[in-house]
Design a protein around this ligand. Structure first.
Ligand code: SAH
Ligand code: DHB
Ligand code: MG
Length: 222
């Protein structure tokens, strides 16, 4: 099995189940023109996030790691009337392109982009006693994943959903002696998940046009 095969199958499925992804190609083109790293969710993954939003009837969404807002736009298009996304991004250059894309996509009225280190932004959201989020998508710097999990728990309620991207990383997640901070951050996240009785999880390995990776989905129960 090769990346070429995974990409062919991903494209085949996307053309059948998510043809509307073609309408969002301009976002990826704008991101490439702005020299952003090409680590957006894949089109099928964007559709998957959008369906999770709809399946869970989420109205208030928190995203950690905006990049060029490709995932944000997919999720925004799954929100009901009155729905809202808060998305957090460290890099100003990414935030500028993301905001232009959100404007162009016609969803900026339902998205608030906060630029700065996400841990700080999350603390500010907690201090401001913002209403709990129904759905959290964590997709930023992986060494902070344990922090993002703990802070997300303060911003959610029983019944909320928390999704972590990139929890497999070519299978490196099982390498306890890895020197990669991202792998260690993900391993610390899994340890924390195992010790948190009020969140129940499923984690899936995936192959796609982005290679071999995976995601974890948590449901806050109490
Ligand atoms: N969710 C996006 C991809 C995000 S890539 C999509 O699928 O389209 C990860 C992003 O997290 C990058 O833009 C990076 O700048 C941002 N990031 C890295 N460290 C961060 C931090 N400490 N706080 C907030 N954002 C951070
Ligand atoms: C990387 C980050 C991501 O969020 C992703 O989906 C793929 C790759 C990275 O930092 O390499
Ligand atoms: Mg990711």
């Amino acid at each position: 099995m090769t990346l070429e095969q995974w990409t062919n199958v991903d494209t085949y499925m996307q053309q059948h189940v998510a043809p509307e992804a073609n309408e969002l190609d301009w976002v990826l083109q704008a991101n490439a023109a702005g020299e952003l790293p090409q680590i957006d969710v894949s089109p099928n993954q964007g559709k998957f996030l959008q369906l999770l939003i709809r399946i869970t009837s989420a109205k208030r969404v928190l995203e950690i790691g905006t990049l060029g807002a490709y995932s944000t736009i997919w999720m925004a298009r799954g929100l009901p009337e009155g729905g809202h996304i808060t998305t957090l991004e460290l890099e100003e250059s990414h935030a500028v392109i993301a905001q232009a894309n959100l404007d162009q996509a016609g969803v900026s009225h339902r998205v608030k982009l906060i630029q700065g280190p996400a841990v700080e932004s999350l603390h500010k959201l907690i201090e401001s006693e913002t209403a709990p989020y129904d759905f959290v998508f964590v997709d930023a710097d992986k060494p902070n994943n344990p922090n993002y999990f703990e802070l997300a728990l303060k911003l959610t309620r029983p019944g909320s959903t928390i999704v972590f991207d990139n929890v497999v990383r070519d299978g490196e997640v099982v390498d306890a002696s890895s020197n990669d901070d991202s792998v260690q951050g993900t391993r610390q996240f899994f340890d924390l998940a195992a010790q948190t009785p009020n969140v129940t999880w499923a984690a899936q390995q995936t192959v796609s046009s982005k290679g071999y990776d995976g995601f974890a989905i948590g449901f806050v129960t109490a």
